[in-house]
Design a binder for this molecule. Sequence first.
Ligand code: MOS
Length: 738
Amino acid sequence: MARYIGKEMSRVDGIAKVTGKAKYAAEFQISNLAYGFIVLGTVAKGTIKSIDTGEAERAAGVIRVFTHLNTPKLDPKFSMVQTPSRATDEQDKSFRALQSDKIFFNMQPVALVVAETYEQARYAARLVKVSYNTEPHTTDTEAVRAIARVPTQGPPPKPRGNPEETMRTAAVKVEAEYRIPIEHHNPIEPHAAIAVWQGDKLTVFDKTQGVYGVRAHLASSFGVPKENVSVLSPFVGGAFGSSLRPNYYPALTAMAAWELKRPVKVVYTRTQMFTGHGYRPYTIQKVALGAERSGKLSTMIHEVVHNTSNIDEFSDETTLLTRQVYACPNLYAPLKITNTDLPTPTWMRAPGAVSGMFALECAMDELAYALKIDPLELRLINYAEVDPESGKPFSSKALRECYRLGAEKFGWKNRQFEPRSMRDGRLLVGWGMATSVWDAAQMPAAALITLRVDGTAQVASATSDIGPGTYTVMTMIAAEYLGLKLEQVKFELGDTKFPRSPSQGGSWTTASVGSAVRGAALAIGTKLLALANQEPNSPLKGAAAADVEMLDGRLQLKSDPSRFVNISGVMKRNGLTAITETFESRPSEERKKYATLAHGAQFIEVKVDPDVGTVHVTRVIEVTASGKIMNPKASHSQKIGGVVWGIGMALQEATEIDHRYGRIMNPNLQHYHVPVNADILEIETIFVEEDDKIVNPLGVKGMGELGMVGISPAIANAVFHATGKRIRDLPITPDKLL
Ligand code: MOS
């Protein structure tokens, strides 16, 4: 019986966070610190003609103004681009600031002013005068859609069956285009770094999702061995993908610190965050579905074009999961990208899936109306019993139960099929639903445990905790398998001195790092058993590692706990004050025989004011199945966060660009709208637990990102049901409903 796993646990780092003891990147106290402030350019493309730093340099407190004219070359040694699931830290073609006079995007960094105080640097930044030779730019993805190309990474996906022919002959078809604007991650904590050089050794405090990635980026930028670079990131105030790829500011900060022989800190302003990291790309999706009259899908065609930059290539893999959602014999789901004079897009919460499932799940709703079949019924008719892509069985898939439970809780059977048929006074009521899916990934990861003779344990791995509760869940896993109390275990992360883990992304942390922590704990038990059984009268003689467990300071036989040794006694008799084990976990071979996905269903009610076009999401039931839920308290928080963001995506969020200037017009939280408390009404999140022994030893699947997938289409479908208007371009703002 588990003592911690599966129980509601408050965050072990909660008190540190709310009392200010938790230190974020910008908060480390370093003596003799200088402050850098970034100057952003004002044109979208061209070259810097002249840059006048004289007045800024003469301003009070200014130490130096860095521009492309006096900044040493930061040499990217590597030049491959990959998705995070395949990336290694050698694959680094990240944009580096102040390396030439070339302008790739508007609001590109063109100078860094370093001064004795932040205020002095910020003031002097306004005195830097830049003139440009401008060139014609393109920031509108629509304008370059026709010249989109297949990304260089990976081969173009092959069609399944004969999609063209079967689409032509389908009894019922729908076809439409859907659009998602550029959206930006807006974590509360702005990106920040402090860089300190001691000789040729560099220490950087950074807000990052992966300290090893930043270390490799800095080592390659400065041509120093990786071992010379330490990156620390113990606390992160949200990131959502914005810190998966090394951003330009850590290398910029370290460059200034090197040149000035003095520690330097750089913090983005909210505005600088809009071109300081990537964003969800502008995505155009054409979906065509063909079906038999019975509702059985015969063909799915899902074609995507999204933007990338002129600096680097990014593919959101928007159609990846389209291939695995519904049973369908004929399918074509290609993706193309097209260059724009903007920063490079990047992964943003549930990348690809959240966009792809918006289009696909709206199209499924359109098909349901074309067929006059209930939208939930249509999903059930096309339920994939095995992975339609590979033919492999699912390691587990409780989606049917998610549909059933969600529909029951929501009262879906009382839904009237016709649009505009349900009302609440003068408000139009709409009920919509959608399916969600996310990859249950596991990455190689390592953890170390030092068990001390006093019964306390240090557990560490160089993962990150961007908010999901990684500190807490790793502490729970270690305490569980070491048989210790929660307070006897201290888990540490966010430091390159710890064993290597993947970046925190893809919702793979608990599966990956958790498996490593479990493995390290079991390795400690194995070591103790060997030591115990060297003793002549060991009560555990003949026991194998799998037969024993640790509990309350004892190593005992699982089948007969009266046969045990005291762990401290074994250690003392062997002259040990501590035992340390490092364990690297990898996905199992067994896993490869299965498709491993997490699923969910969402049922959403909206109320639309027919006179002013406002939409309120009045009720959300989200049911998800993502294996074992380790800490329901943290997991519900993740789900609620996903739903709230889905509401933002559906109704509010858009990065607006004035294409005449190629410039973002709303780089702030005043004009980039996100949901506030007044926008959020009833949200219920429910887990259907799956007992999955295949996916990994803990039975966990990624759940953080899953919570957002399916929310925006369920809302769009509910808006259609309420109003009879099919809005295919997000966000669904009031003007589109009038
Ligand atoms: Mo998430 S976009 O994988 O940080």
